[in-house]
Design a protein around this ligand. Structure first.
Ligand SMILES: Cc1cc2nc3c(=O)[nH]c(=O)nc-3n(C[C@H](O)[C@H](O)[C@H](O)COP(=O)(O)OP(=O)(O)OC[C@H]3O[C@@H](n4cnc5c(N)ncnc54)[C@H](O)[C@@H]3O)c2cc1C
Length: 376
């Protein structure tokens, strides 16, 4: 039976999800002159998202291309070095001088800044819109609806709902899951402008981290595998904290509770389009298999989908051609680094990292480590 429609909104492009993927897509559509863009989210903004909030050099480049870097840089904490602890307990500090190589920008701030820029470029944002399903008509996706009977109809629908959202995505057999749990603290001593990555046997082939969000606040977390659902996240995190941070947490104040959230990924970059529909960001399983980075991949895939949709709307390309190009560009952009991530994960199960860090300042080792890190 047809549900009563309480409100109908028409758009050229309608986007579900205002994370980095959805907002970057909307901001890019605005840059390209696509006027009638509607972006919905079940939350209102600013909102929190469980995330380490680390921005890699590639993420910074994407923010620059979106014309939002200056705003974000003013609100973010610059990173120019890293402390690595290996599974064998060896420790290394790598510093890149005074210039920031990366940033940490709390997601409440980053996502809101991206959203505001998209709105300034004409995107209409609808908060508290919890999409329940896409509208499928004549073999095409034609928008989406929510439980209250609101309909957003569009020539093109972008699915950007992140890891939990099932609207507009089919379960993919190649989907893999990284588990994560994290918390926030004030007053933990840390080396200014350095992130920490702890490769401990209890989480290998993943890692634990400390990311400073400012001069006072840090987030600490772990990523780990648990394909058979056998691990207790809180117990594992507590053991990790006891082993690596007990002393430094002694005088610190915890801010809020611990938060767990999965990260979805796949080595297989495909199934990102269907007639009328583009899937972007973590909805498309485009997160890094070794680092769990997804902000950059979300923004970049969103921008590329925006470029494809703009080409179709301006009759520069057919839908089939532009969608084919979008999928090919996602593959070209992410596949090599995802495969490098797989190699890195495998190497972590050997003494490789201990060996490299053990050789310390050897020039060849330093440049190889830098190349490896850049590749992933
Ligand atoms: C613990 C943890 C730490 C991480 N650390 C980092 C890091 O340091 N750096 C990094 O780059 N990445 C990190 N990631 C990964 C990163 O958070 C995600 O990959 C990234 O946010 C994906 O962006 P997205 O826009 O695809 O989805 P999201 O950021 O998840 O945004 C999806 C949006 O869609 C909305 N939504 C969902 N369903 C619906 C619906 N039905 N209707 C309406 N709206 C809906 C949600 O409210 C949300 O706002 C981390 C992830 C975790 C879990």
């Amino acid at each position: 039976m047809q549900k009563n429609v309480s409100e109908r909104i028409e758009a050229d492009v309608a986007i579900v999800g205002a994370g980095p993927a959805g907002t970057a897509a909307a901001a890019r559509l605005g840059q390209l002159g696509v006027k009638n863009v509607v972006l919905v989210d079940r939350a209102d903004f600013p909102r929190d998202k469980t995330c380490g909030s680390g921005l890699s050099p590639k993420a910074i480049q994407a923010l620059k291309e979106l014309g939002i870097w200056d705003d974000v840089a003013a609100l973010a904490y610059p990173i120019n070095g890293i402390r690595i602890v290996t599974p064998g307990g060896k420790e290394s500090f790598q510093s890149a001088g005074t210039e920031a190589q990366a940033m940490v920008c709390h997601r409440r701030v980053l996502d809101h800044a991206l959203l505001k820029r998209a709105q300034e470029r004409g995107t209409r944002f609808i908060p508290h819109f919890n999409a329940t399903q896409t509208i499928e008509e004549n073999g095409r996706t034609a928008g989406f609806i929510d439980r209250e009977g609101r309909e957003v109809r569009a020539k093109f629908t972008f699915v950007a709902g992140g890891s939990h959202c099932r609207v507009g995505v089919q379960p993919r057999p190649t989907r893999k899951v990284i588990q994560a749990i994290m918390g926030w603290w004030d007053g933990v001593p840390f080396t200014p402008h350095h992130v920490e990555m702890i490769f401990d046997d209890m989480v290998v082939p993943y890692y634990g981290w400390l990311f400073p969000e400012g001069g006072e606040r840090v987030n600490i977390g772990i990523t780990y595998e648990d394909d058979n659902h056998e691990k207790n996240a809180r117990e594992l995190f507590q053991r990790f904290l006891d082993k690596h941070y007990a002393v430094r947490l002694r005088g610190a104040t915890q801010v809020g509770g611990w938060k767990g959230h999965p990260v979805m990924y796949s080595y297989d970059i495909s199934d990102l389009t269907a007639p009328g529909k583009f899937i972007i960001g973590e909805s498309g399983l485009m997160t890094h298999p070794a680092t769990a980075e997804g902000i950059y991949q979300g923004m970049r895939s969103g921008m590329m989908a925006a470029e494809a949709a703009a080409d179709i709307l301006a009759f520069r390309k057919s839908e089939a051609e532009a969608m084919g190009e979008y999928e090919a560009r996602c593959k070209r952009t992410f596949q090599a680094s995802f495969l490098a991530g797989r190699a890195f994960r495998r190497a972590l199960k050997t003494p490789m990292l201990d060996w490299m860090v053990g050789l310390g300042n050897h020039k060849l080792v330093k440049s190889t480590t830098a190349r490896l890190m850049a590749a992933i």
